[in-house]
Design a protein around this ligand. Sequence first.
Ligand SMILES: Nc1ncnc2c1ncn2[C@@H]1O[C@H](COP(=O)(O)OP(=O)(O)OP(=O)(O)O)[C@@H](O)[C@H]1O
Length: 260
Amino acid sequence: MTADVEEILKVEDVGKFFGGRAACRDVSFTLHRGEVLGIVGESGSGKSTLLKCLAGMTAPERGKISVAVPGQNERDLWAMDEAEREQLLPSILSLIHQNPRDGLRLDVSAGGNIAEPLMTGGHRHYGSLRDIALEWLKNVEIDPARIDDLPLTFSGGMQQRLQIARGLVTHPQLVLMDEPTGGLDVSVQARLLDLLRRLVREFNLAAVIVTHDLGVARLLSDRLMVMQGGRAIETGLTDRVLEDPRQAYTQLLVSSVLQV
Ligand SMILES: Nc1ncnc2c1ncn2[C@@H]1O[C@H](COP(=O)(O)OP(=O)(O)OP(=O)(O)O)[C@@H](O)[C@H]1O
């Protein structure tokens, strides 16, 4: 796998344990450029733990996570030393948290929040940073006149859109999202889903979306991975998994949603 071929992420037999108990185990999948994988499953099934391993936040005890790095061959995320991982991560991937406050600097203006990841990457030209921030505010449908406002003066949906702008401004190849529409009103969710669909296509992103909402998974993901008890019990094209679930647990998950 190199940066100019299509494989962006390769997960092989990943396992993470807390006190001897597996939070996730034996998880394997490959993600290509432009492809969106939805991860669904009940609470405690290991979705967030897996996402944290992929995001470079939690080291798995087992398995290997390989990522495409621009201009390099594939790299083993957890074989890098910590300093290199931290330096490389912003250009490789971006994590969008469920709560935008976890992904934003609340004491910094909207424009500053967008510019900061670029400055961390060495971009110093103030004028062009402001232009880029203005462009990204438009891109995520926030009035550019709000560029100097603090995130806490924004609504929940606007804060989430600002977090997305901050996450995508460095043009990572891989975006990891943890319940990106959770906690938002239905109409705000719908707008955010439209925006995410557009950005994923526009930037040909590879994305992993953890959600408990099969509607969100259906709208955004090409493939679905169903987790139960820390294991990936079923993976397939989203329509196939939802219309013809093969595992009993997936059948239960799908039928319980259809009954609502
Ligand atoms: N820091 C931790 N210390 C101990 N156990 C943990 C820790 N983080 C997660 N776990 C355990 O690992 C298992 C998987 O948790 P995880 O948060 O990954 O599930 P999830 O599918 O994301 O759940 P939810 O949808 O509720 O967020 C659970 O049994 C949880 O209690």
